[in-house]
Design a protein around this ligand. Structure first.
Ligand code: ZN
Length: 478
């Protein structure tokens, strides 16, 4: 079947990454007992039981990102409420539990769940589904907050950072009737945890201890991909460690699921949590190690691994609209790391793609609000372009590359680990000695540019990034 693979199929190859996850700062207001949730698997039957800790007409799910494909909410489709009278639906940007008549939601709610594979926009996938029946669930998908009304739910913004909401993280109990679950590297008969921020694995998959990383790999994953992951990941991690110091936290786990050889598809998705990288592969386009698929897999490993230093761990952004800092930065880190490991790597093509995508996605639209439009790609592309300029400025001023810039930012942010937009833009001014550069980037972020190519060309002119103009298109020099 994959013999009919053509460059066209590979050209629709997608790669998503969920580090731009909102990290709602709502837990601090919690008083008294947390909401308790029991998650239990009995073969194909999954049950959820919520024990709420108060009376409210509406309970909203703090993690309510849409499915990337189709932009639909996933809970109403995958969860079925068993408790009579309780409705689960979408209100504004959030999934909510409510009663049809507006009365308080019962304190105890039972839900039947059907975990599925599905990539979310800028948040962790609810489930990783393995081909041997194992399923890993994202732990924070059960966090709920009580609200006074549906109007309040509808008025909530997409980014909850900095919003005061009652309620906090749920205390979740995980249990599999078939045997122990895998929780943060340990097999446990039953585990209860709050704020775990991880994937909990139900079932076997194929677990292996390796150098500096524990791997949980779907037995159905194409063999070459498994080998790449096992061999290339430690090389990339070693490179980052050499340049940036050890990643914070325990030995990471790499969890890789395989959805199957879906026709005309070649998809890689992934995310990074404290101590865990998750990846999902799907489609006939990744069945064979053709050069394009191999390059994409390596780029993907490089990008996801970078988030241990810039993203979910290490330096974090302040607001979801600042994801260009971490996504674009991780892209450039990946390109630089892969080039160092494999001198034959075609970095120019990857960086050119970033420039082209940024020019088209930033035209007339503010990059900062790209997430609201479902245009998350703009964060990667424009973030990488601006990171390239920051690197260029560094190189011109004192030599060095993007990693040297990151080391400097690590030192300056050692206290809180938050790399704000202001701090990033100040670094550009510091390295370039040209305060006008940040103004151009701020315009693209907040207003959108009528002519992004000229804006970027000017940025490159002043930071020494080599390019030529070809009929209005910026073409990076090798
Ligand atoms: Zn990412």
């Amino acid at each position: 079947m994959h013999a009919i693979l053509t460059p066209f199929v590979l050209s629709i190859l997608t790669a998503g990454c969920a580090v731009a996850a909102p990290a709602p700062a709502v837990g601090r207001l919690q008083t008294g007992e947390p909401v308790a949730v029991r998650v239990e698997r009995d073969a194909d039957r999954w049950e959820l039981e919520f024990v709420l800790n108060g009376d409210a007409p509406v309970w909203m799910f703090q993690r309510s990102a849409l499915l990337r494909i189709g932009r639909n909410p996933w809970r109403p489709a995958w969860w079925s409420v068993q408790t009579p009278g309780v409705i689960l639906d979408r209100q504004g940007r959030y999934d909510v539990l409510r009663m049809a008549d507006g009365s308080p939601v019962p304190r105890r709610i039972r839900i039947r769940m059907t975990p599925r594979a599905g990539d979310l926009e800028a948040d962790y996938d609810p489930a990783l589904v393995f081909s041997d029946g194992a399923v890993a669930l994202y732990s924070e998908q059960f966090d709920v907050s009580p609200l006074a009304s549906l109007e309040q739910a509808r008025a909530l913004p997409l980014d909850l950072n900095g919003i005061d909401l009652p309620g906090g993280p749920a205390e979740v109990t995980w249990r599999d009737r078939a045997g122990p679950v895998l929780f943060k590297g340990q097999r446990l008969d039953q585990v209860t945890a709050i704020n775990a921020d991880t994937y909990v694995l139900f079932g076997d998959a194929r677990t292996r201890e390796g150098r500096g990383v524990t791997t949980v790999i779907d037995p159905g994953l194409p063999t070459w991909l498994g080998e790449q992951l096992a061999d290339f990941t430690p090389l990339v991690m070693d490179y980052y460690t050499a340049r940036l110091g050890p990643q914070a936290g325990p030995t990471p786990t790499l969890m890789v699921s395989w959805t199957g050889p879906t026709e005309s598809l070649s998809s890689m998705g992934g995310s990074v949590l404290p101590g865990l990288i998750s990846m999902n592969f799907e489609g006939e386009g990744v069945l064979d190690p053709e050069p394009a698929a191999l390059a994409r897999a390596r780029w993907f490993i490089g990008h996801e691994s970078a988030h241990f230093w810039l993203g979910s761990n290490g330096l974090k952004y302040e607001f979801a609209r600042d994801a260009w800092i971490t996504e674009g930065g991780a892209d450039l880190m990946a390109v630089r790391a892969i080039s160092a490991i494999d001198p034959t790597y075609d970095a120019a093509t990857e960086l050119q793609r970033e420039v082209d995508d940024c020019v088209s996605l930033a035209a007339g639209r503010p990059v900062a609000s790209a997430g609201e439009r479902g245009d998350n790609r703009a964060y990667y592309a424009c973030g990488a372009v601006w990171s390239l300029a920051l690197e260029g400025a560094r190189k011109e001023r004192s030599g060095g590359d993007f990693f040297d810039v990151i080391v400097d930012l690590q030192r300056r942010n050692a206290d809180d680990g938050v790399l704000t937009r202001e701090e990033w833009l100040s670094a550009l001014t510091r390295e370039s000695r040209d305060p006008s550069l940040r103004i151009g980037i701020e315009r693209m972020l907040d207003e959108g540019s009528a002519d992004p190519a000229s804006e970027i060309a000017r940025l490159f002119d002043r930071t020494g990034v080599a390019y030529r103009m070809d009929a209005g298109r910026i073409v990076l020099a090798d």
